[in-house]
Write a protein that binds this ligand. Structure first.
Ligand code: NAD
Ligand code: UDP
Length: 314
C-alpha cells in the first residue's frame, strides 16, 4: 500500500511509520520538524521504502505526490507547552494545513483520509466519560484555544468536505498517549515525571494533582489508527481512541516514583489556566465499529517507556 503520514517525524507519527514499514508498505512523510525529531526517522528500521520530505504542509506543493491508499494527517504540535509556544503555527497547521490536505486528497483520487483530532475538543468536559456526541466546554479565547479551537475547526472542515464531496474521511479523537519517541522536554506529564525521576529532580505536580487523565500506550494507539484507516463503511465517522483507565495526576506521579525507584520528592506547582479537571474516553464506538480496544496496562506501558527514556536520554 501507498501511505502518506504528515507529522511522521513526531511521536505518534514515527511509531505509525514503523508499523507500516513492518507491513512492507511504501511510506511518504511530510514533516517540518517544528516539534518532531530527525532522530525518530533515522532510527526507523526497514526503511528502504520510506521517503522523508522536510516541508511545512501549509506551503508544500502537493502536486508532486502520488496517489495514496491511506493518508494519515497527524501534523500539529500536540503538547500544551509546544502549542502555546507555537500558537499561531498550530492554528495555521490545523486550518490552512488541513485545507491543503483535503484539497490534495480530493484532487489526487487517494482512497482514505484519517485525521488526528484530540480529546481537547471536549475542553474542560462537563460530561464524563466523554462520548463522541458531546459538544465540549471550550474557552474560545483561553491559552489552550490555539489548539482546541484549531482542532475543532479542523474537524468542522473535514466534515464540510465530507458533506459536500462525499469524501472517505475519518476523524480520530486521540486521548493522552505515551511511549517510545516522546521528547524529553515537550512538557507533557509522562515525559516530565519520567525525566525528573531518572535524573533525581523533583516531580512537578500542577495544582493538587487531583485532575485526572487516562493514558494510552502508543502501540495500542497505532493499532487504533490503523484500524481507522483500513475499516470499510465508516466514512464521516468521529471516533474516540484512548485507554479508559483513568487516574489522578498525583497517582501517576507516585506510580512513576515507585517504578523508577527514585529518591525524587513530589513538589506542587501552580495549575495552568483552563487545565481540564477530568478526562476519560468512552470507547464503545471504537469497540463496535473498529473492533479495537487497548490491551497494554499502565504498568507494562510505563515500564517500556522508562526503559526508552533511560536509553535515549541518560
Ligand atoms: P508531535 O509534536 O510529536 O508530532 C507532530 C508532528 O507534526 C511533529 O513531527 C511536527 O514537526 C509536525 N508538524 C507540525 N506542524 C507541521 C506542519 N505545519 N507541517 C509539517 N509538519 C508539521 O505530536 P504527537 O503527540 O505525535 O501528535 C500527533 C497528532 O496526534 C497531532 O495531530 C496531535 O494533535 C494528536 N494528538 C496527540 C495526543 C498525544 O497524547 N500524543 C493526544 C491527542 C491528539
Ligand atoms: N502536569 C503536571 N506536571 C507536569 C506536567 C503536566 O502535573 O510536569 C499535569 C497537567 O497540569 C495536566 C496533566 O498533567 O493536568 C496532563 O498534562 P499534559 O501536558 O501531559 O497534557 P494535557 O492532557 O493537559 O493536554
Amino acid at each position: 500500500m501507498n501511505i502518506l503520514i504528515t507529522g511522521g517525524a513526531g511521536f505518534i507519527g514515527s511509531n505509525l511509520t514503523q508499523y507500516h514499514l513492518n507491513l512492507n508498505d511504501d511510506i511518504y512523510i511530510i514533516d517540518n520538524l517544528v516539534t518532531g525529531n530527525k532522530k525518530n526517522i533515522e532510527e526507523l528500521t526497514n526503511k528502504k521504502k520510506l521517503t522523508f520530505i522536510e516541508a511545512d504542509i501549509t506551503s508544500f506543493d502537493f502536486l508532486k505526490l502520488p496517489v495514496f491508499d491511506v493518508i494519515y494527517h497527524l501534523a500539529s504540535p500536540a503538547s500544551p507547552v509546544q502549542y502555546k509556544k507555537y500558537n499561531i503555527e498550530t492554528m495555521m497547521t490545523n486550518s490552512l494545513g488541513t485545507y491543503k490536505m483535503l484539497e490534495f486528497f480530493k484532487s489526487s483520487g487517494s482512497k482514505t483520509f484519517v485525521i488526528s483530532s484530540t480529546s481537547e475538543t471536549y475542553g474542560d468536559p462537563l460530561v464524563h466519560p466523554q462520548t463522541e456526541d458531546y459538544w465540549g466546554n471550550v474557552n474560545p479565547v483561553g491559552v489552550r484555544s490555539c489548539y482546541d479551537e484549531a482542532k475543532r475547526f479542523s474537524e468542522a472542515l473535514v466534515m464540510s468536505y465530507y458533506r459536500r464531496y462525499d469524501l472517505n474521511v475519518r476523524i480520530a479523537r486521540i486521548f493522552n498517549t505515551y511511549g517510545h519517541n516522546m521528547e524529553k522536554n515537550d512538557g507533557r506529564v509522562v515525559s516530565n515525571f519520567i525525566m525528573q525521576s531518572i535524573t533525581n529532580e523533583p516531580l512537578t505536580v500542577y495544582g493538587k494533582g487531583d485532575q485526572t487523565r487516562s493514558f494510552c500506550f502508543v502501540s495500542d494507539m497505532i493499532e487504533g489508527l490503523y484500524a481507522l484507516g483500513k475499516t470499510d463503511n465508516i466514512k464521516g465517522e468521529v471516533i474516540n481512541l484512548g485507554n479508559p483507565n483513568e487516574m489522578t495526576v498525583l497517582k501517576l506521579a507516585n506510580l512513576v516514583k515507585k517504578m523508577t525507584d527514585t529518591k525524587s520528592e513530589i513538589v506542587f506547582k501552580p495549575l495552568d489556566e483552563d487545565d481540564p479537571k477530568k478526562r476519560k474516553p468512552d470507547i464503545s464506538k471504537a469497540k463496535k465499529l473498529l473492533n479495537w480496544q487497548p490491551s497494554v496496562s499502565i504498568e507494562e506501558g510505563m515500564r517500556k517507556t522508562i526503559v526508552y527514556f533511560k536509553q535515549r536520554f541518560l
